[in-house]
Design a protein around this ligand. Structure first.
Ligand code: GLU
Ligand code: ZN
Length: 309
């Protein structure tokens, strides 16, 4: 793909369920951010987590984007068509001594004293057991990337300055599992590089992944995109909308209404007149008026909303 001469953003849904209001907000936020700069917006189907993929789901997702007038540039990119690229990168990292094989089971890692203070739901920290090598008598469980003891620092355009010491927060993390499946962090970094993405706008649930991705970019000599993590959309009870919690699919027949809700959640104050305007017109208004400043008053995970059920 040619290097972009304009900002280039992307929306990277996993085909594990239909788009819900939270994913529509992420799609719209990344779309408006680049479209206002006359930039390009690409769609990537993040379909490497094969067991969780739902057949035909990518068609449903693309239809929802179309019906909401979120028109993308170029061809849709499928991560599953880039396994060779991930493997090549993995081998290069391994040859450079950055990636090493690991035989630790999940139980061994969670029973390690380093994880004593861990609460349910916290990320397990890898204690570094296999850093110096493994013995042949245990099965291979994963390949891990070494992490530095110094903090990875970066600026998030919405959440402000960030610092994450990966050695403390996660330890050497998995880039490929024992079944041969490459993991999200590696795949996303390679995909963002292949697609030459310059601006990553996505939900704040992925803020915690960003330092891992920047560390990978640094190891690979990739250019770092700008990052903006949007506040998460919660339901009226304060629970993050997610596929796991069965958030309802957006109804394509209510596209205009959905866009107005999404714009309201993005603090864009769409005027009442837009209620009767078709999706393409709402999108035109939104591109023209996009302003991320008001979002700064709404920190992570506090976008309460009462969505129609
Ligand atoms: N596929 C990921 C998700 O749906 C998003 C990946 C990304 O934006 O980096 O949560
Ligand atoms: Zn290990």
């Amino acid at each position: 793909m040619k290097p972009p001469t304009v900002p280039r953003g992307r929306f990277a849904p996993s085909p594990t369920g239909p788009l819900h209001m939270g994913s529509l907000v992420a799609a719209l936020g990344s779309f408006l951010n680049v479209r206002q700069q006359d930039g390009e917006w690409l769609v990537r189907i993040d379909d490497i987590d094969t067991p969780r993929n739902v057949p035909q789901m990518e068609q449903a997702i693309l239809l929802t984007l179309e019906q909401h007038a979120l028109q993308w540039d170029g061809d849709v990119y499928y991560s599953s068509q880039h396994l060779v690229d991930y493997e090549q990168v993995l081998r290069a990292l391994q040859a450079a001594g950055q990636v090493f094989p690991c035989t630790c089971s999940r139980r061994e890692i969670s029973n390690h004293p380093i994880n004593n203070q861990r609460q349910t739901g916290d990320t397990l920290i890898y204690p570094g057991t296999c850093r110096a090598g493994v013995t042949a008598d245990k099965p291979l469980r994963s390949y891990r990337l070494r992490v530095p003891t110094s903090a990875i620092e970066f600026m998030d355009l919405l959440q402000g300055p960030q610092a994450d010491t990966l050695a403390i927060s996660v330890g050497d993390f998995v880039v490929k599992d024992g079944q041969g499946q490459h993991h999200y962090q590696l795949a996303t970094v390679v995909d963002d590089q292949i697609q030459q993405i310059t601006e990553v706008v996505r939900g704040a649930d992925l803020l915690a992944s960003t330092a891992r991705q920047i560390h990978l970019q640094n190891q690979l000599g990739y250019r770092q995109p700008k990052y903006l993590h949007l506040s998460l959309v919660t339901d009226a009870l304060g629970i993050k909308l997610s596929k796991q919690h069965g958030a309802t699919a957006v109804d394509n027949t209510l596209a205009g209404q959905n866009l107005i809700t999404a714009l309201t959640l993005l603090q864009q104050q769409p005027p009442d007149e837009l209620q009767h305007v078709p999706p393409a017109g709402i999108i035109r208004w939104a591109i023209e008026h996009w302003n991320r400043e008001p979002l700064k008053s709404f920190p992570i995970a506090t976008l309460p909303t009462t969505l129609p059920d």
